[in-house]
Design a protein around this ligand. Structure first.
Ligand code: GLV
Length: 325
């Protein structure tokens, strides 16, 4: 009998072919996420669950998966999975690193350019028929080249954004829980700063940390107040890294110049005040949304499930301790 796998959302078909040869696959074909109750009802007998980053894989769900051996997250972030419960229940959890690094960095840089040069606001202006001719002071934005880019979290995506910044002749400052060796910093022209200094120095502050208890509301009212009045905040990491209420207030009060946001605290809800602000660019969590990358993410998740079916440790294991006796 072939092992059974649950896929919580209709996703790219091509990478699923190999999985379908090795496993009996059940896919949620509804154009909406499965409810926790639906997942719990579908899990008995399934050894694998290919979950979306937007599914909350709670301890209750993991406990309901009596036969579950792997939860393969179709995302690099994995704050949606109760990893402690997965460790306790000896269920492998995996993510999709690497394949979306450059794509998400591209999107982050698009947000930088978008807010600085008011791209979406200008587009709305043209579409509204308000453009009556060239004007010396029409849609004046901020320079990007030559400015200081503050990268919070210099991991895979943060480093890729820093590289793009260097391509635009920006000075790169960063903060991270791990500091690079000074020789590496020098070689790559990266300057380490404590968060406080980075916030005071940067013209663009871009977030690339995972969501953990330590990074929850990493930027709140106090931190936003440290930023320059002319600076922009970019967030393509996870919404709760920023206190959205405090951000709304900072934008309203002119504490910072604007923000480019791909993620929000209570997705898909967006603070209504943000919807009315022209200096804010809002995207519906599309950091990795290109054809090539979304296909590679599914392929990565499938590879992890296939490894478990073969009795191997999956390549992108997040909780390797489950394999230690
Ligand atoms: C998207 O947000 C991801 O974590 O892949």
């Amino acid at each position: 009998m072939r092992p059974k796998v649950l896929i919580t959302r209709k996703i790219y078909e091509r990478p699923l072919q190999l999985l379908k040869e090795k496993a009996e696959v059940t896919i949620n074909l509804k154009d909406r996420p499965m409810t926790p109750e639906e997942i719990i009802a579908a899990l008995p007998g399934k050894i694998g669950m290919l979950a979306m980053g937007s599914d909350r894989v709670s301890s209750q769900i993991l406990e309901a998966g009596k036969d579950l051996k792997i939860v393969a997250n179709n995302a690099v972030g994995f704050n949606n999975i109760d990893l402690d419960a997965a460790i306790r229940l000896k269920i492998a959890a995996t993510n999709t690193p690497d394949v979306l690094t450059d794509t998400t960095a591209d999107l982050s840089f698009a947000l930088i350019l978008g807010v600085a040069r008011r791209l979406v606001e200008a587009d709305r202006f043209v579409r509204a028929g308000k453009w009556v001719g060239w004007k010396p002071n029409l849609m004046i934005g901020s320079e990007v080249h030559g400015k200081t880019l503050g990268v919070i979290g210099l991991g895979r995506i943060g480093s890729a954004v820093a590289k793009r910044g260097q391509g635009f002749n920006m000075r790169i400052v960063y903060t991270d829980i791990r500091r690079l060796h000074p020789a590496i910093e020098q070689q790559h022209q990266l300057q380490f700063m404590p968060l406080r200094d980075l916030l005071q120095t940067s013209d663009f502050v871009t977030l690339h940390v995972p969501l953990t208890p330590e990074t929850f509301h990493l930027l709140g009212a106090e931190q936003l107040r440290l930023m320059k009045k002319s600076a922009f905040l970019i967030n393509a990491s996870r919404g709760p890294v920023v206190d959205e209420k405090a951000l709304v207030e900072a934008l309203r009060a002119g504490t910072i110049a604007g923000a480019g946001l791909d993620v929000f605290e209570a997705e898909p809800q967006v603070s209504p005040e943000l919807l009315a602000m022209d200096n804010v660019l809002l995207l519906p969590h599309v950091g990795s949304a290109t054809d090539e990358t979304r296909e590679k993410m599914v392929q990565t998740a499938v590879n992890n499930i296939l490894a478990v079916i073969r009795g191997e440790i999956p390549p992108n294991i997040l909780n390797p301790e489950i394999y230690r006796s």
